[in-house]
Design a protein around this ligand. Structure first.
Ligand code: HEM
Length: 371
């Protein structure tokens, strides 16, 4: 069974093996992230976000942005994340009386939590979150089928959505320029690289990236973790006994139901990987979800084992583009799982057959009814 295969339909390479995936993501000189802004609204006059940049610009921007995402800065947000979770749960508990009564976990908690958190970090009104949902759905949505008109329709809708987002953030940045504040946007406006500030386009692209990269993914992590717990009642019982197991549950969910299934790169020089010859200009799709189930690295890869140690999954990528928001996503998942466990005595899934969201690279379900 090959770990690197040619996909003639999409004219690209598919990489499934763990070692090969790590090799590619580590080797950014041979595998570039500077590609057309595919999946982000199509080509346009937008500044590329850090996700689509190579060094040296990537290094400069990442260093600057890292300042706002230090473990200390994220940890300082913990009480706030817990408070937001508690208030969303108050609404659920009111609705269900602590048990009995059906709710959709996606709508009730897993979607609003990351959106409210990122909106507050950025300094945009949480009241705009319905708009956010529409925009972030659009940024990760894949085509329902491969007919030319379906693809053209998606590209047009995405371009329109991206334009709306751009206008939206342009106004927000303007408002923040007028005042001295301690929001993330405020910090980015004030930040300088070699005496140069970020351009308005770079600021907007970063805001759009946070929205696209941080919301749907974290929603899917929270829902994925609950799916795993409800599919494995013995783990749920262990977790109720010993809440410290929550970190293992989160890491194993990231491996088992990886929210980001794939990322891609462009080959910069001819190179061999996994016995296949890649040519300069080839597109390579790295299947993180498959690498996370590589039997050469993970024993019983198709089993959910929250005590797995070590668990070096690649759900957050690898190398210089390693997910900036990983600590934040884990903190939110932790808060959501522990608060639900302590507030709701009896939780069960209403349906076991769930509809996946339509996306080429994000994995999750549209809704998850529980009671
Ligand atoms: C990058 C996954 C949550 C911000 C990445 C990459 C992956 C990933 C796989 C690397 C992509 C590549 O190499 O091409 C995830 C998952 C998440 C999550 C699975 C949730 C469970 C977040 C959150 C934020 C965020 C909450 C921010 C609020 C970013 C940014 C990058 C990134 C800014 C680009 C980093 C760079 O290019 O240097 N993420 N992410 N992510 N993520 Fe996340």
């Amino acid at each position: 069974q090959g770990t690197v295969l040619r996909d003639e339909t999409s004219q690209s390479w598919d990489v499934f093996g763990y070692e090969e995936a790590q090799f590619i993501l580590r080797n950014h000189a041979h595998f570039s992230s500077e590609r057309t802004a595919r999946g982000q609204g199509g080509p346009g006059n937008y500044a590329p976000s850090i996700l689509n940049l190579d060094p040296p610009r990537h290094t400069q921007l990442r260093r600057l942005i890292n300042l706002a995402f230090t473990p200390k800065a994220i940890a300082a947000f913990q009480p706030h994340i817990e408070a937001i979770t508690a208030s969303l749960l108050d609404d659920i508990v009111k609705e269900t009386g602590g048990k009995a009564g059906e709710i959709d976990l996606v709508d009730a908690l897993a979607y609003p939590l990351p959106v409210i958190v990122i909106a507050e970090m950025l300094g945009v009104p949480a009241a705009d979150r319905e708009k956010f949902k529409r925009w972030s759905d659009l940024l990760v949505e894949g085509p329902a089928d491969l007919r030319a008109e379906t693809l053209a329709d998606l590209v047009a809708r995405r371009a329109a959505g991206r334009k709306e987002l751009d206008d939206y953030f342009r106004d927000i940045v303007d408002v923040h320029r007028q005042k001295d504040d301690n929001t993330l946007i405020g910090a980015l406006i004030a930040a300088q690289i070699e005496n140069e500030s970020l351009s308005l386009e770079e600021l907007i692209s970063f805001c759009v990236l946070l929205l696209a990269a941080g919301n749907e993914t974290t929603t899917n992590l929270i829902v994925g973790a609950w799916r795993c717990l409800l599919e494995h009642p013995e783990t749920m019982a262990m977790l109720r006994e010993n809440p410290a197991l929550v970190d293992g549950v989160i890491e194993e969910t990231l491996r088992y139901y990886s929210p980001v299934q794939a990322t891609s790169r462009i080959v910069t020089q001819d190179i061999e990987v996994g016995g296949q010859q890649f040519a300069k200009g080839d597109r390579v799709v790295v299947w993180l979800g498959a690498a996370n189930r590589d039997a050469r690295v993970f024993e019983d890869p198709d089993q959910f084992i929250p005590t797995r140690s070590p668990n070096h999954h690649m759900a957050f990528g690898h190398g210089i583009h390693f997910c900036l928001g990983a600590p934040l996503a884990k903190l939110e998942a932790r808060a959501a799982i522990l608060a639900m466990l302590s507030r709701m005595e009896d939780i069960s899934a209403v349906e076991t057959v769930l509809a996946p969201i339509v996306s080429g690279f994000v994995y999750g379900v549209k809704s998850f009814p529980i009671e």
